[in-house]
Structures are given as structure tokens and as C-alpha cells.
Design a protein around this ligand. Structure first.
Ligand code: ZN
Length: 155
């Protein structure tokens, strides 16, 4: 039996993605997923937007300078010791999930990491398509909600 990789997505991340999708409407938008890896799961704690002024209805590009700057700002803002880059997200102004180009790009990006990377695609019907890849290969995922333990409530 194939096992699947649990991905725990915090409400903060899902609501940020929904809000950005709502605002951007007919154009794609996207950004970075911040979280950490646990023994049994990938935790997606936050989703931050990286603007692309050239974005269209079918393309959003993660420009390297902008995303490095957005990552630095977010890490400073959230001040969580475990927080780091765990993947990407973007929206589709159509009811379609990750395209073959999307799946290829997350597989390619994952070659540079020992841990799996996550890709979340927000479809126009509000569904989130969650993919993962590890060392260049696709990984089956199962998503679950993640809640902050009460001791971390202030984060
Ligand atoms: Zn896409």
C-alpha cells in the first residue's frame, strides 16, 4: 500500500490564501508557505504573498528578489524559531488544480532540499489542491487541519 505524506495546514495559512485569491480575482497570485517538518508531517503555519506585477490570468512568477525579501520580513514578523520555507502556493482564476507545469516546478524545486516541499493551488471554486515532492519525485499527500497548542496562542 502506498503511504501518504500528512500535510497539516493551519487556518491562518488557508485564510491568507483565500483572502489573496479573493482580492486578486481574475489574475493569479501566489507566494511562499512557511512552516516546519515534524517526524510524521509537514506543518504549513503561514502563507505569505509575493507580488508579481506581471501576473496574468494564467501566470504568476515567483521573482527571486521579491520572495527573498518577503521571506526575511515574514520570519522577522512571526518570530517563530522553527519557521522556514516549506513550499509555494498560488491561485488559479479557474476551477483547475495544479497543472503539469506546476507539478514539474515543485518536483524540480524539491531536488535542492532533503525534506519534501509542498505546493498548494487555490482553485476558483475555493478548493485547495495540495501536492508535495521530495528529491525530485512526487509524493502523495493527505491534508489535515493544524491547530496551535494553547501555549503558543500568542504566536
Ligand atoms: Zn498553476
Amino acid at each position: 500500500m502506498l503511504s501518504s505524506q500528512p500535510v497539516r495546514i493551519h487556518d491562518d495559512a488557508t485564510s491568507s490564501i483565500h483572502a489573496c485569491a479573493e482580492q486578486s480575482r481574475q489574475r493569479e497570485t501566489g507566494g511562499l508557505l512557511l512552516g516546519w517538518w515534524e517526524t510524521d508531517a509537514i506543518v504549513v503555519r503561514h502563507a505569505i504573498e509575493v507580488s508579481d506585477p506581471e501576473a496574468t490570468a494564467t501566470s504568476w512568477t515567483r521573482e527571486e528578489h521579491r520572495s527573498t525579501a518577503a521571506l526575511a520580513t515574514a520570519l522577522e514578523q512571526f518570530e517563530h524559531p522553527w519557521l522556514g520555507y516549506v513550499g509555494d502556493w498560488h491561485t488559479h482564476p479557474a476551477p483547475s488544480g495544479a497543472s503539469s507545469t506546476d507539478r514539474r516546478s515543485i518536483r524540480r524545486a524539491s531536488r535542492g532540499y532533503g525534506h519534501p516541499l509542498v505546493l498548494i493551488v487555490h482553485r476558483s471554486d475555493g478548493l485547495l489542491d495540495c501536492r508535495a515532492a521530495r528529491r525530485g519525485l512526487p509524493v502523495r499527500t493527505s491534508t489535515e487541519p493544524f491547530h496551535t497548542p494553547s501555549s503558543e496562542e500568542s504566536l
